[in-house]
Write a protein that binds this ligand. Structure first.
Ligand SMILES: [Zn+2]
Length: 405
């Protein structure tokens, strides 16, 4: 994007400091163009995940090399590692920006002698960081929807976990294909990459780029998600990108995939209908408070036992369209399934520091309504609750399940 020709909806704004000075000698910067690093989200007083990179252009639109650019912030917007950078042979200059202690939008100003441009970042209140890296094939609107889905978790998971520094010679495993190593060399606290690929055998394939250790352990995640163009189009046209990303981020955080001994009575290969449940006391208390006190059909909290996506979701016919239920897609398009206190407590059981007060209001669907719903025709747009199959791959590349969404 260009600061000289701002377009609607961009986070960057142009500040022409001395417009009269635009008629200047040839070596003067005529335009400061953004290359990468604007619009990032990070915790207060933390360095952004990616550097801010700009390019200076001359009157003819060619890179202006050897030009001094200044980078400055107001005190509430933190600081940069260098306040003055000379552009390189392709007219570029970059800085690392550490945010200030102000929740919300913070501003970094870049100036040449005659031009200025502002770049923004958003500081979240939570110290828990999710860094979403999206394929260039997504539109800004689609990226915004996916970001909203991941960021929902930073409202309820509030504690920082130690960063993971990748060894200098680290190469992602083959299941992660062209996963991009973080520029900073560190994962703080979770990295999610979403890539669009036309040649996938399933609409979606998930992989963890790091070898997992023991289940039920807190560690930074690097989740690599591949999706087909038609899957993206479908999610977008039905306004479900946000809910899909919120659900998928929950799995990335370990929901259903790293439960280990927290899960009881998983369904074995031949079995159907085991009394699969998640008996963590605080999670059960949240289930009871949401109306589950009257539920007597099994042991609490009931985990999906009858679908192909069993053992890794709340039981769909009991919890309805809660965000981590196997039936989370049953709501109307765009209605954002609730992230309930039940799920928040399940995250606490994994070891996360959480803020339960940030959970969405949620009550269990009335008994029987789910069974009826299952028999009804599919929802608007023909979105079936059982959806298309997607391979779920994690833990050293093994396919461990087929997820229908
Ligand atoms: Zn799922």
């Amino acid at each position: 994007m260009s600061f000289g020709a701002p377009r609607l909806g961009l986070l960057a704004v142009v500040v022409l400091l001395h417009s009269a000075c635009l008629m200047v000698p040839e070596e003067e910067v005529f335009e400061i163009e953004f290359v990468s690093g604007d619009g990032q989200i990070q915790g207060r007083e933390r360095q952004l995940n990616e550097p801010v990179v700009v390019q200076a252009l001359d009157e003819d639109g060619h890179p202006a090399s050897g030009v001094e650019l200044s980078f400055s912030t107001d005190p509430p917007s933190g600081s940069v590692d260098f306040n003055s950078v000379t552009t390189d042979s392709i007219g570029r200059a970059s800085v690392w920006w550490t945010l200030g202690d102000l929740v919300g939008r913070q501003i970094l100003t870049v100036r040449s002698r005659t031009l200025g441009a502002a770049i923004s970042a958003t500081a979240r209140e939570s110290d828990f960081d999710v860094h979403l890296v999206t394929d260039p094939g997504f539109t800004p609107e689609q990226v915004e929807a996916m970001r909203a889905g991941t960021e929902r978790w930073t409202d309820v998971i509030t504690g920082d976990i130690p960063d993971f520094r990748l060894p200098p010679d680290y190469r992602p495993p083959s299941r992660c294909l062209d996963a991009k190593k973080p520029t900073s060399g560190a994962i703080d606290d979770m990295r999610i990459e979403v890539r669009i690929r036309a040649d996938l055998s399933a609409p979606m394939v998930l992989a963890f780029c790091e070898a997992t250790e023991s289940p039920v352990s807190l560690r930074p995640f690097w989740l690599y998600i591949q999706v087909t163009p038609s899957f993206v189009q479908r999610l977008h046209s039905e306004s479900r990108l946000r809910e899909w990303m919120a659900h998928t981020t929950g799995h990335g955080l370990g929901y259903g995939l790293f439960w280990g001994s927290l899960l009881h009575n998983p369904v074995d290969e031949a079995g159907v209908g085991a009394d699969t449940h998640f008996p963590d006391p605080a999670t059960v208390a949240a289930f009871d408070a949401a109306g589950g006190a009257a539920w007597t059909e099994g042991t609490k909290v009931p985990v999906e036992n009858a679908e192909e996506n069993r053992d890794i979701h709340w039981r769909g016919d009991v919890l309805g369209h809660e965000i981590m239920s196997s039936w989370y897609t049953m709501g109307m398009p765009g209605d954002n399934p609730p992230l309930s206190a039940i799920t928040v407590q399940a995250m606490a059981a994994l070891g996360y520091e959480v803020d339960v007060s940030m959970a969405d209001p949620y009550t269990l669907p009335a008994t029987g309504t789910m069974a009826e719903w299952d028999l009804e025709p599919h929802g608007p747009g023909g979105w079936p609750v059982h959806g298309e199959p997607a391979e779920l791959i994690y833990d050293r590349g093994h396919i461990v399940g087929i997820v229908y969404r």
